[in-house]
Ligand binder design. Structure first.
Ligand SMILES: NC(=O)c1cc2c(=O)c3cc(F)ccc3oc2nc1N
Length: 328
């Protein structure tokens, strides 16, 4: 095979494998058998072995990186990654809504409600369509570069159609099933089990060896845009739809709510439905939908004034109580 033929074959195989990966891990709708996927991957790797110069950053063979790192580099978030203020009951939610309406001098606010994924806040940066850097929130201004670990998350696209620089944010998490089977394996090896999926996800993303992170079956839901020069959308909900069009995994349960009464209905519905999810949530995030309204309301030193997190009553407090009772 000539170098030109190899280049063409590799491009076709990359596109095919990245599309299969998207259907399987983002849409949860596999279109080929594992055997067929593995066969194509083997073909790609053998041509890349023959022509190493033709390996590209978005090749599916590059998901599980090379050598373990000695340490994580620091990353500065030019747009700070802040944390959300909390609401614990209906009164807190109504107080939040009153502050927003007063700040905007408007009667009713359109909100977007999202499930609050109980994981790790993550930032992904794309340049010329390529995934170039991934980082933790850290202290909001300085995070850790964990690009090699994030590349192992199959639902993160290595390339997107939009070539303009864009930073997207989301929550990396460990699905409950992965958590249970990982802890079974750890206990079989006399290793300390993780307390909960959130700690397991944090521990996995802090591994210096990406081969370990690759085995942890982590996943991610994207929910916001950080830096984005060419951004021209008017609402947060438009941004969620744009992220989905770009090939990112967004959580399908978000809803637009007109006014705080609809928000409270959404929250109450999920107190019940939460138990049926295949991943942990610790609350509901409520955001003013209009981006100009967000701009007008701005931020306190550590949180947006245009969003709040309604926290479910802590479940682990109950299990801890039971553990104590059982242990006496
Ligand atoms: N865990 C989550 O599922 C989740 C978390 C955040 C944030 O932490 C968050 C922090 C901000 F300063 C602003 C918006 C946010 O939106 C968010 N939206 C979500 N869905």
């Amino acid at each position: 095979m000539t170098k030109q033929e190899a280049r063409q074959q590799l491009e076709a195989l990359r596109d095919e494998l990245n599309e299969y990966n998207y259907q399987y891990h983002v849409l949860d709708n596999p279109t080929v058998s594992d055997a067929e996927y593995d066969q194509k991957m083997k073909q790609l790797k053998s041509i890349e072995a023959e022509y190493p110069a033709l390996v590209t950053a978005d090749s599916p063979s590059q998901r599980v990186g090379g050598e373990p790192l000695d340490a994580f580099e620091k990353v500065t978030h030019r747009v700070p990654m802040l944390s959300l203020g909390n609401a614990f009951n209906e009164e807190d939610l109504r107080d939040f809504d009153r502050r927003v309406r007063e700040g905007l001098a408007t009667e009713t606010v359109t909100y977007v409600c999202e499930l609050k994924i109980d994981g790790l806040a993550i930032s992904l940066r794309y340049q010329d369509g390529l995934f170039v850097q991934g980082a933790t929130r850290g202290d909001g201004t300085t995070g850790e570069d964990i690009t090699s670990n994030l590349k192992t998350i199959r639902s993160i696209p290595l390339r997107i159609k939009d070539a303009s620089p864009i930073e997207v944010r989301g929550e990396a998490y460990m699905p409950q099933q992965s958590f249970l089977s990982m802890n079974e394996a750890r206990e079989a090896n006399d290793e300390e089990p993780f307390a909960n999926p959130r700690n397991a996800a944090a521990g996995s993303l802090r591994q210096l060896d990406p081969k370990i992170a690759a085995k942890r079956n982590l996943d991610i839901f994207l929910y916001a845009v950080g830096e984005w020069e060419s951004g021209s959308l008017e609402t947060h909900s438009d941004r969620l739809e744009y992220l989905q069009q770009l090939g990112f995994k967004t959580n399908p349960e978000w809803r637009k709510c007109e006014g705080i009464d609809e928000v409270i209905q959404y929250v109450e519905a999920w107190v019940e439905k939460r138990a049926n999810l295949s991943y942990d949530i610790d609350g509901i995030v409520i955001k003013a939908d209009n981006l100009e309204a967000q701009e007008q309301l701005g931020f306190t030193a550590k949180s947006p004034r245009w969003a709040i997190a309604y926290k479910f009553p802590a479940e682990e407090a109950v299990t801890k109580l039971i553990d104590i009772e059982l242990s006496v």
